[in-house]
Design a protein around this ligand. Structure first.
Ligand code: ASP
Length: 280
């Protein structure tokens, strides 16, 4: 059993040691809870549980504490992929819910599994998700100070391998911050979140770059065709260089390879495979 999580990239982490330490402590606590959950639950159940904890932690740009878009609203995207069934489900630009990953989980049962905008919001209400404003005073201050020129990324993600050898991946984001309404993140696409019977991958970074590189699906496909996870990840990141792509990756394979990498060394992440490791 193994679990790896990320808390995205943080511009604050470069300059503010206190913020960085708080994020590391949060990741360390959450990866331990996720690993405990994995002892008695499937990979799919565990990635939902763990991403939900990350969404509820306002240090991260997902769920509570998400970035505000250029028109002053918060829109959330989240996706879930079960490696066993190869079912992808997700919500794109949903508003006023606490845990978009739980809406994505519900959609696993449906024929129509990726919903956007109003359709996603209506589906959440119909399924008992109460109105919730994910804004925090800190994000409002940042929005009002018009910090749109700094990179302020902090998507969350989780990949888990359970006791049955099954994999799952989940990713959740508030987006890039200050984006145009209607902009679609990579997080609820197969470029940002992908899993099959061989590997699972969750990405963070600039969504446009990740979609252009078809990153998560490409890494998983390379592993499926026999490449080790490290080589598959590095080759895929190398292919982003011509357009200066910005991405961070976490992944696990069915045979237990676990790996993370980033084009810019600022992704915060943690793993648990019996022992906890927290980095950056
Ligand atoms: N990938 C996310 C997006 O572009 C942002 C992030 O990873 O922080 O929407």
């Amino acid at each position: 059993m193994k679990i790896i999580i990320h808390g995205g990239f943080f511009s604050e982490s470069l300059t503010n040691q206190e913020v960085k330490q708080a994020k590391q402590e949060a990741l360390s606590g959450i990866v331990q809870l996720g690993y405990k959950h994995l002892q008695t639950h499937t990979a799919l159940e565990t990635v939902v549980y763990t991403v939900r904890l990350l969404e509820d932690c306002e240090l991260f740009n997902a769920g509570t504490g998400s970035q505000i878009q250029s028109d002053g609203k918060i829109r959330l995207s989240a996706a879930l992929m079960d490696g066993k069934t190869q079912r992808f489900s997700g919500v794109i630009n949903i508003e006023d819910v606490k845990n978009p990953i739980c809406v994505a989980e519900k959609l696993q049962q449906y024929d129509d599994r990726v919903l956007s905008g109003k359709g996603a919001c209506d589906f959440a209400i119909e399924n008992g998700h109460a109105y919730y404003n994910p804004e925090t005073p800190q994000r409002r201050r940042e929005y009002e100070q018009k910090l749109s020129d700094s990179i302020r990324l902090g998507t969350v993600g989780c990949v888990a391998l359970d006791m049955h050898g099954n994999l799952a991946a989940a990713t959740s984001t508030g987006g890039k911050g200050f984006e145009m309404p209607g902009r679609v993140s990579d997080s609820a696409t197969t470029a940002g979140n992908y899993a099959n019977a061989f590997a699972g991958v969750s990405c963070t970074g600039v969504g446009e770059d990740i979609v252009s590189g078809s990153v998560a699906a490409k890494i998983v496909t390379r592993v499926t065709d026999g490449m080790p996870l490290m080589a598959a990840t590095e080759k895929t990141l190398e292919e982003m260089k011509p357009y200066d792509g910005f991405a961070g990756i976490i992944g696990i394979t069915a045979d237990g390879q676990i790996y993370h990498s980033d084009t810019h060394p600022y992704m915060v992440w943690a793993l648990h495979d019996g022992e906890v490791e927290v980095f950056n």
